[in-house]
Design a protein around this ligand. Structure first.
Ligand SMILES: [Zn+2]
Length: 135
């Protein structure tokens, strides 16, 4: 299982995000973002796939320190996708994420900042955030 930051491209399906990833046609390893060579077996050329729009929180951390490119505070989660790849995403919600909870992958502004503006990027929307919108 590879662990990467969710800075890859994505497709939008209604309000949910499907991250672009690569699957090795030889050994089946999945990488997000994709690459040109399989890091597991060395096969050249990965098939493009779209990850599911839902994942499971493996763990999280709260970031308190802003940088020129990221505005704190914000939570980062490691999300496990059904395609057997783990991706780091900012969380969307007021409370702490819950380990093991199901999250939807959605587009939302921040925490990345460019030219003083929060820019849209994929987020893991937690159950607490979902119920605020559904209620
Ligand atoms: Zn491979």
């Amino acid at each position: 299982m590879t662990v990467v930051e969710a800075n890859s491209e994505y497709d939008l399906e209604e309000d949910r995000v499907r991250l672009r990833a690569g699957r090795c046609p030889d050994c089946g390893a999945v990488f997000c973002p994709t690459g040109t060579v399989c890091a597991a077996c060395g096969h050249r050329g990965l098939d493009e796939i779209l990850l599911a729009p839902t994942a499971t929180v493996y763990t999280y951390t709260r970031v308190h320190q802003s940088t020129p490119d990221f505005q704190a505070p914000y939570d980062l989660v490691y999300a496990d996708f059904p395609e057997n790849v783990r991706v780091m995403l900012p969380a969307l919600g007021e409370g702490y994420p819950v380990i093991g909870e199901q999250v939807d992958i959605v587009l939302a502004p921040g925490p990345r900042v460019k030219d003083g503006q929060l820019i849209d990027m994929p987020h893991a929307r937690t159950a607490a955030e979902r119920s605020e919108h559904d209620g």
